[in-house]
Ligand binder design. Structure first.
Ligand SMILES: [Fe+2]
Ligand SMILES: [Fe+2]
Length: 182
């Protein structure tokens, strides 16, 4: 399997979580209530899986490998990095708004919904660019060896950053929440 295929598969899982998050936001808007367990599970997924695992695979391994084969940092890679940084700010804002919501601040839910929507639209466009422009650019230039080295590196990041058990737990959570919300 190509290393980028692993990242594309992760994008599919991330997109399902976004659909669940949208449903939770709709519910929050309609009756101002939210399941703490479900929302906190999603927040952890965004912080641990999306940011610490998926974005790290790109930032630590994929993007440097792309630079090695002549794809300039001052171009599509730079745009992706800037979007990761924007994504982190959104996740922090969602997390902060959720803490306020939990503490009983009535106005917090509007901020939570707004930041969740901003984050989802940023990341959907980001994923689209990676799947359709950036990854194919890399795939057309990477040797078979580079793909293998990247793939092994991705596996290592996964074990070090989130751990095998945790990865399975996230899959379980996505399945469970999909049945409830989608
Ligand atoms: Fe990315
Ligand atoms: Fe990505």
């Amino acid at each position: 399997m190509k290393a980028t295929q692993q990242l594309k598969d992760e994008h599919q899982g991330i997109k399902i979580v976004f659909r669940i998050l949208e449903k939770i936001c709709e519910k929050l808007k309609a009756d101002r209530s939210i399941s703490a367990e479900h929302f906190e599970g999603i927040l952890e997924f965004l912080k641990v899986f999306v940011d610490r695992c998926h974005h790290w695979k790109e930032e630590d391994l994929l993007f440097p490998a792309m630079e090695q084969v002549g794809i300039p940092r001052q171009g599509p890679i730079g745009v992706m990095l800037a979007e990761h940084a924007m994504g982190r700010k959104f996740v922090k804002a969602i997390s902060d708004a959720y803490s306020e919501y939990k503490a009983g601040k009535a106005s917090a839910s509007a901020g939570l919904i707004e930041n969740a929507k901003g984050y989802i639209s940023l990341m959907l466009a980001h994923i689209d660019k990676e799947d359709n422009v950036l990854y194919p650019m890399g795939d057309s230039r990477f040797s078979k060896e580079t793909q293998e080295v990247l793939y092994e590196g991705f596996e290592k990041i996964e074990i070090e950053r989130i751990g095998i058990g945790k990865h399975e737990a996230f899959h379980g959570m996505i399945d469970k929440l999909s049945k409830i919300y989608l």
